[in-house]
Design a protein around this ligand. Structure first.
Ligand code: BG6
Length: 300
């Protein structure tokens, strides 16, 4: 559906409006000063800010908005594998739904201050030669004082499946040199920039000082991004999601990424909620798995 058709079916004047960017339809939601945006391609949230707050979600100023291209920034949905697919070097990184055509199924505005969009995808919309199984995923996003998200995956394959998933969330921060992450102390992480070694996180807040790419396993339900310069704390709560991934490409890698570039990476950090590596999900035939996250902002 194009923006005009979406407006006719789902639009709520001044609250949920649809427009197009790079030929892609997006929903723009506004309520009591809260602002949010979501592209139907990839069901990718690209903006959210509660009333009066700076943007919480980072989207690269050089992000490419085009059919079939994943957005650099926002919250790309990673499914059904995280990173390169094990034993399948030709498979695209991070699965095949982050730039696929999700369908908007409903828009709900009955709760004060909130807008909920529900989208779905199945093998009818997106398949991959590397994923022969039938599936359905439903993505429910509530924009409000908090940003609440649920990714539900149904196994329609007729046999048990194993999958990975992540909400590859790019957070907006003042400066990577002034931000830190807490809540992951004592957990084991796979350090992808140090030969995939397994390490234990110490008790100090995590401060990044170079390229960082870590899959934290079996993490607690709450991680916090402390941003001293902007005097705020971004709280990331999760359920049904055992992993947290912390990523920043740093100087050289960022400069080599055309859709990120030499400067903007300092203003972002990915703290992703998911189920990856040892935490991959095994789902029985006919079963459903739900992963949720709730993102909120506190003054620090
Ligand atoms: C992170 C991975 O989640 O995503 C990194 O851990 C990867 O290894 C990064 O580089 C970005 O991936 P992409 O495919 O969006 O460039």
């Amino acid at each position: 559906m194009n923006a005009q058709q979406l407006s006719a079916e789902f639009g709520v004047k001044g609250v949920v409006e649809f427009s197009e960017q790079g030929g892609l339809a997006k929903a723009v939601v506004s309520r009591d000063g809260m602002h949010g945006e979501l592209f139907l391609q990839g069901a990718t949230v690209t903006a959210w800010a509660p009333a009066g707050a700076r943007p919480v979600i980072f989207t690269s100023p050089k992000a490419v908005f085009a059919p079939g291209t994943a957005v650099r920034g926002g919250i790309p949905i990673i499914f059904p594998w995280f990173g390169p697919k094990q034993d399948e070097p030709k498979a695209p990184q991070h699965g095949f739904v982050r730039a696929a055509p999700w369908k908007l199924e409903s828009v709900e505005t009955s709760r004060p201050g909130e807008v909920t969009l529900r989208l779905g995808i199945s093998e009818a919309e997106a398949t991959s030669p590397f994923w022969p199984d039938a599936y359905r995923a439903t993505y429910t996003v509530t924009f409000g004082k908090a940003l609440s998200i649920e990714l539900a995956v149904q196994n329609r394959a007729g046999h048990e499946i194993r999958f990975e998933e992540a909400l590859h969330t790019y957070f907006a921060i003042s400066d990577i040199a002034k931000a830190s992450v807490t809540g992951l102390s004592g957990t084991t992480f796979i350090d992808k920039v140090d030969g995939f070694q397994r390490k234990t996180q110490d008790g100090a807040p995590i401060k990044l000082s170079g390229e960082t790419d870590r899959v934290y396993l079996s993490t607690p339900g709450r991680a916090v991004i402390e941003d001293a310069e902007w005097r705020r704390r971004i709280v990331v709560e999760k359920d049904g999601a055992a992993s947290s991934i912390v990523w920043n490409p740093w100087t050289e890698k960022a400069a080599a990424m055309k859709d990120l570039g030499a400067e903007a990476w300092r203003g972002m950090i990915c703290v992703e909620t998911g189920n990856a590596a040892d935490n991959a999900v095994r789902l029985a035939a006919g079963g459903e798995h739900r992963m949720t996250t709730r993102i909120s902002v506190d003054a620090a």
